[in-house]
Design a protein around this ligand. Sequence first.
Ligand code: CP
Length: 307
Amino acid sequence: MPNAKNFVAIGKLSKEEILSLITAAAAAERQPNRQILAGHIVATLFYEPSTRTRLSFETAANRLGAKVIGFSDPKVSSTTKGETLNDTIQMVSNYADVIVMRHYLEGAALYAAEISPTPVINAGDGAHEHPTQTMLDLYSIHKTQGTLDDLDICLVGDLKYGRTVHSLIQAMRHFRPRFHFVAPQELAMPDEYKQQLDRWGIPYQEHHDLSPEVIGQCDILYMTRVQRERFQDLGEYEKVKDLYVLRAAMLQDARENMKILHPLPRVGEIAYDVDATPHAYYFKQAENGLYMREAIICSVLGKSLEE
Ligand code: CP
């Protein structure tokens, strides 16, 4: 009967657990290279493409002294011969101490966690959740703002299919945020998430334009990519893909402390001239992912990063 400590859904984390992971990530950042996972094996099973998530998990494992096995493309696994996810997880849990999995199906990580005797970390399941991205987002917000409390956060772009924004609003519920949602009607924040915010008493405003006025009201401007891979009808994708392009000239009224985050990759929604502004933080955010993923791997394996 599986009883491993998994990391599958951000909504399961308490405020104290979130803050504890942020403290652990800061400890990892101060000293990223240690041998505390020597003798451990981390498996990375990626059924969908990835650059940052897979490479930062693998770097985190290597920097902590673990060894890495896995695949970055299911075509090179026995999935192509018809092996089920159940059987793959049963097999890999014989070989590895922790399984990091990205899958195209919503709920795949929860399913894997339910059947796996070794811990499972969700590296993204369809349009559902991306909880380790959320933790690195929270670490980035905390580092740049000095707090997670009482912040104005603007989410821009694909709020319908964007798993990173769905996970972020759930995690921020502990910290009294105020949200602005900027999206076209076709990609608006789904009702289920707005109803959750209503239940939690968290205010939000919806906009169709990314105006300097909206930008001037936020501490965090969280840009997202319109995800071509989530559309059944590519005509619909073509209609919305270029609606929001953030340019340096649009930042003239931005608060001094305002930072721009993006889970990346970007495909045009942040112009290159933004990179040189003091508001750009997305590459540092991706670097923060390494430290947070060291903290998460240690957490599920019951290891401490505290000095
Ligand atoms: N942010 C993120 O998940 O990036 P990758 O798809 O490159 O892993």
